[in-house]
Write a new protein. Structure first.
Length: 252
């Protein structure tokens, strides 16, 4: 009987892990798609490259803002609800992009997408870390990171959908998010992290972490800068030197 129980728990843990992998692939797809598609659409509207770049930065502003409050929200509502909330925010934003076409509206929607994706990433990655046995933790986290990269790299291929209409790429990724949301709501358990009492505030802990490990964070900072600039600025450059949208998608 104990062996049967252990097997059941192990199978449940594996199912949860693969669902989280699916979630993070979708999150990567959304960012990988939105950055170049929105840059192309703004360029076609005649928006300046400077304003185009500032608009793209909104996604990362929203992402950073969410990291400041994600820990507190997670402790209050749990992993499943935070992931579902993040997916819902991104889903609604995707549906609104074709309807609200102003630069200011897209700036606000990008803020929301960044916050939603950050909530998904924070909750999913921490859940993977906590549910994985120490012996397999490095492997599972590596696969998790690779899955996000896979989604992000496939996202630009959605540029080719623009030939069917400007709303089509948004509708396609929104449908994927709807399916992932249903999967999360039906299959994932309602779990919460164990509460840990900290002797210092969150802001102080963040500051201490940066002061102790700033050099370890530099590669992540540089990679993030490259990722954001390449996927948001290259489409504008490519269009101006005569590349087609399909060629830009393949290159990205």
């Amino acid at each position: 009987m104990p062996d049967s129980t252990a097997t059941s728990v192990n199978q449940s843990s594996k199912l949860n892990y693969f669902i989280l992998i699916t979630v993070i692939i979708a999150a990567g797809l959304s960012q990988g798609l939105l950055l170049p598609v929105l840059s192309i659409l703004l360029e076609q509207k005649g928006i300046s490259s400077s304003l185009n770049g500032l608009n793209a930065a909104a996604l990362y502003v929203g992402s950073f803002a969410m990291t400041l409050v994600a820990e507190r929200i997670l402790s209050g509502i749990g992993f499943k609800k935070l992931i579902a909330a993040g997916i819902s925010i991104v889903l609604v934003s995707l549906l609104l992009f074709p309807l609200l076409t102003g630069v200011k509206a897209w700036f606000l929607l990008r803020l929301l997408v960044g916050a939603g994706d950050s909530a998904i990433n924070y909750a999913a990655q921490l859940w993977v870390l906590l549910m994985t046995p120490a012996a397999h933790r490095g492997r599972n986290l590596s696969l998790y990171g690779m899955s996000y990269g896979l989604g992000f790299s496939l996202g630009p291929l959605g540029i080719s959908l623009l030939r069917f209409g400007q709303a089509v790429p948004f509708a396609a990724i929104a449908l994927l998010f709807l399916l992932v949301l249903l999967l999360v709501l039906v299959k994932l358990p309602d779990s919460r992290p164990d509460k840990v009492e900290h002797g210092e505030g969150q802001a102080r802990r963040f500051a201490r972490s940066y002061s102790l490990a700033w050099y370890a964070l530099i590669p992540a900072l540089l990679y993030g800068y490259m990722e954001a600039s390449l996927n948001s600025n290259f489409p504008v450059y490519g269009l101006r030197i005569g590349f087609s949208a399909n060629e830009i998608a393949a290159l990205l």
